[in-house]
Design a protein around this ligand. Structure first.
Ligand code: ZN
Length: 234
């Protein structure tokens, strides 16, 4: 079986979404990528999480063609592939319809950074895509969803927000690994929920001061990071 370890990691990341209450039924999907082999490993389409096994996970190439696996890949595969093209350092992508993050996507509003929980993970607001055109919906819908995501980040010129809201749909997150992508999806849901409550309590709430935002993000990320333990002692 190809990429056994990555299959197990991807299965585990998918199950993590269930454990954290981010998915209903067969909603949601996580993938991982082997940069060495240029292959994507993704959840099969429509298979219940309770019975999913490593051999059910589907291996495809970067054009979405199945390389190994009896099942059909998640229908969102072309979106995952576009995200991997946009972020060559990403090792995993997670998609959920988690309720609070999806509510922001449906409202077509970026999630402002109201607090340090957000600032620890996402440098600036979590952006929202533009709506797809009727033509983009009619053909290659899933690929065009990925293209809409790429357009957001080409404009932002930043790789420091590992999440996006697809307008009228739901969030996609990514990370160094499939597990990281699922972790970011869990954090995004928490941040989306708190932002929603913040606006409910104080409709005029202002985003976090830039200095505090920088402090929190940069102590965890980048060359001057000092949060947690040095990498080699992990
Ligand atoms: Zn979806």
């Amino acid at each position: 079986m190809l990429l056994q370890k990555l299959r197990e990691e991807v299965l585990e990341a998918n199950l993590e979404l269930v454990r954290r209450g981010l998915v209903l039924f067969t909603f949601g999907n996580v993938s991982g990528i082997s940069h060495k082999d240029n292959l994507v490993v993704i959840k099969p389409s429509g298979v219940p999480y309770e019975v999913m096994k490593p051999e059910d996970i589907v291996v495809t190439d970067m054009s979405g063609k199945v390389v190994e696996g009896k099942m059909r890949p998640s229908s969102d595969l072309p979106t995952h592939i576009e995200i991997y093209k946009q972020f060559p350092n990403a090792g995993g992508v997670a998609h959920t319809h988690s309720e609070f993050a999806t509510s922001w996507a449906q409202a077509r509003r970026p999630i402002p950074c109201f607090g340090t929980t957000h600032g620890d993970y996402f440098y600036g607001e979590v952006p929202v895509t533009a709506d797809l055109t009727p033509a983009e919906i009619a053909t290659e819908y899933e690929k065009n969803t990925g293209v809409a995501i790429r357009r957001v980040f080409e404009k932002l010129a930043t790789n420091t927000v590992p999440a996006v809201l697809v307008a009228g749909h739901a969030p996609f997150c990514w990370g160094d690994t499939a597990a990281d992508a699922a972790h970011n999806a869990v954090i995004l849901e928490s941040v989306a929920k708190m932002a929603c409550y913040t606006i409910l309590i104080a409709p005029q709430a202002k985003p976090l001061a830039r200095e505090l935002h920088d402090k929190h993000f940069l102590r965890k990320h980048g060359s001057a990071a000092y949060y947690g333990q040095p990498k080699e002692t992990k």
